[in-house]
Design a protein around this ligand. Structure first.
Ligand code: 6R9
Length: 581
């Protein structure tokens, strides 16, 4: 694969990166050494809430801004570390007084309002488990997740309660209380006003002893390929959140960080709540949906220094021909990253040209709890590569044959696997022990992503295992074909599938959404097929092109190739609960 290298000149970086010499740090890294960054609970153990909030609130950072919240109507609120400590203490007391016990799951089904971030910390303090859902989910996906997660509590809005929850309430047999964040009076003795409870709650709370292995989060996976699974995480995951905040996001004490993800997606909890607060920096949250101009205004006005977003957002900027640097003062922005999907070389280079800094791709999964493979501020970027494993994580490519694995050769595609034992590794799929066991072969966790490693140790994404196309004896990764077509100036987004074919087994079909100002035509179709042949060769190039307005995506911005395929073949659509509507 030909690629462009973005050279890094460390002397030109505004701030000296925490990861100065990748090879050196990687070689000497030990997870035990990370412990020194944590205080531990006075009565023993390790609790996310103490390390992320109370530790700072009890020290010199007490009056520092922990959260800048921008509402969808441009309201703006600031909370200090002391504020978050006090408010989360109140919620922890509410849970305790109502009899919520260790390990019980509290679901969150709310827009990105300050209460969401405050109650998350309160939940950890009472050793309950937080389980976040997208506010845009309909009643069915909510019921499915709450039932399988044994929901004992729910935090939501009056609107969502009346319009969605009431329809499914009979299914929520284990639910004890519902907290409504925007009513002043209780609805009945089970559906309570959170503001009223907060008014009367004590501001003092002592976190009970917490085992690092106690469950903290239950996250349902995106479900692009099947039924959502409840992924179990524990308090100890903060080791990974601390390390990746330090080395990958490159947090320094004066940073203002904005992760655009919703907590309904794991990125929005690991990196829009936990990691920045572990580092005592200022965290920005925006309640509204994607809006290019509004987003750029936030980057400018809040003087954001580090921005963590997703390829789908970058592609939207590209699609509408927006040139951030020309229109806004983004001089504070020094580091930009993305996750969730492959970042095509186009995206990395768009960053260099239009933002003034490259976008750094990072790879991880709900199951890994935190970033596992990344591009670092000090390391040259091979545009289109996911980068190298974080210190403390061993990644490799294997050819898997059920329960045996064989190491792949350099540049040979295979399953991307991670050596067991990093602190934020999932501890199970709730109620699916067998499925969990199947994720491991020997000492290795199988991500079910297909990738390869080059001679310099950079990892390259090929495609999700289930999306790999088999055409005339070739294995074709979706990413390679999509990236090739993305090079055409008219193309904004591409999703590729294998379409059954009596001769070839499958043929490659591409669904293409065009940039603003371009129209579908026979000519354009021919051009794209020709571009594919030139870049990929006739065997792998798409044989069919279909223009569509936009590609089906999950709420976290992932292209749902499975849906494109099901529609093409007239098959049942399967689970569409995470589909962005
Ligand atoms: C954090 C998150 C995980 C799946 C993963 C892979 C895809 C994520 C990627 C990427 C290529 C990247 N993915 N980052 N593919 N390059 N940088 O996204 O978790 O929602 O569980 O999804 O997303 O296929 O296996 P999750």
């Amino acid at each position: 694969m030909d690629y462009k290298v973005i050279k890094k000149d460390i002397s030109k970086l505004k701030v000296k990166p925490n990861l100065f010499d990748y090879e050196e740090v990687y070689k000497n890294f030990k997870w035990e050494d990370v412990a020194k960054n944590f205080e531990g609970l006075p009565n023993g153990g390790l609790n996310i809430a103490h390390e992320a909030i109370d530790k700072h609130a009890n020290g010199p950072l007490a009056d520092k801004t922990a959260l800048i919240w921008i509402g969808k109507n441009s309201q703006r609120e600031e909370y200090t570390y002391k504020d978050i400590k006090r408010e989360s203490n109140k919620f922890a007391n509410i849970l305790k007084d109502l009899g919520f016990e260790k390990g019980e799951r509290i679901f969150m089904y709310s827009p990105r309002v300050p209460y969401l971030y405050i109650t998350a910390i309160g939940i950890f303090k009472n050793r309950c488990v937080m389980s976040p859902l997208f506010a845009q989910f309909g009643p069915e996906p909510v019921a499915q997740r709450m039932v399988s997660g044994n929901a004992k509590g729910l935090i939501t809005t009056k609107h969502l309660y009346e319009k969605k929850i009431l329809q499914i309430i009979d299914q929520l047999k284990e639910l004890k209380y519902i907290f409504l964040i925007d009513v002043d009076e209780d609805i009945n003795d089970k559906v309570l006003s959170l503001p009223k409870l907060m008014k009367n709650a004590s501001e003092e709370f002592e976190i009970p002893p917490t085992d690092p292995e106690d469950m903290s989060l239950l996250h349902f996976t995106s479900g692009t390929t099947g039924k959502p699974k409840g992924v179990i995480h524990v308090h100890k995951a903060i080791y990974t959140h601390w390390v990746t905040g330090f080395y990958v996001l490159d947090f320094h004490e004066d940073d203002i960080f904005w992760c655009t993800a919703d907590p309904g997606w794991v990125t929005g909890t690991s990196y829009s709540i936990i990691s920045p607060w572990l580092h005592g920096i200022t965290n920005v949250v925006y309640e509204g949906e994607f809006d290019a101009q509004k987003w750029l205004e936030i980057l400018q006005n809040e003087k954001v220094t580090i921005w963590y977003t997703a390829p789908t957002a970058i592609r939207r900027f590209i699609r509408y021909g927006i040139e951030p640097k020309k229109e806004y003062d983004l001089s504070n922005l020094r580091h930009a990253l993305s996750v969730g999907e492959p970042l095509n070389p186009e995206g990395v280079i768009w960053g260099v040209e239009k933002l003034g800094i490259p976008i750094h791709d990072t790879w991880w999964q709900t199951e890994t709890g935190g970033i596992m493979i990344a591009n670092y501020p000090s390391m040259d970027i091979k545009a289109g590569s996911m980068g190298k494993p974080i210190p403390g994580v061993e990644a490799n490519i294997f050819i898997r044959d059920d329960n045996s694995i064989k190491e792949a050769k350099t540049e040979e595609s295979g399953n991307l696997m991670l050596k067991k034992g990093w602190p934020s590794m999932m501890r199970g799929y709730l109620h699916m022990e067998e499925k969990y066991q199947k994720s491991f072969v020997d000492e290795w966790y199988d991500s079910e992503d297909i990738a390869y490693k080059d001679e310099d140790g950079y990892f390259w994404f090929v495609g999700r295992n289930k999306d790999i196309i088999k055409t005339s004896g070739h294995m074709v990764g979706t990413y390679e074909v999509e990236s090739a077509l993305m090079e055409h100036p008219a193309v904004a987004e591409v999703g590729v599938i294998g379409k059954p074919d009596p001769i070839a087994g499958e043929i490659v079909k591409a669904f293409v959404a065009l940039k603003k100002g371009y129209e579908p035509s026979k000519n354009l179709e021919k051009e794209l097929i020709a571009l594919g042949r030139k870049k990929l060769g006739a065997a792998i190039a798409p044989k069919e092109i279909e223009f569509i307005d936009s590609l089906p995506k999950t709420r976290s911005g992932k292209i749902m190739r499975r849906l494109l395929k099901a529609k093409e073949l007239g098959l049942p659509l399967g689970d569409t609960s995470t589909l962005e509507k």
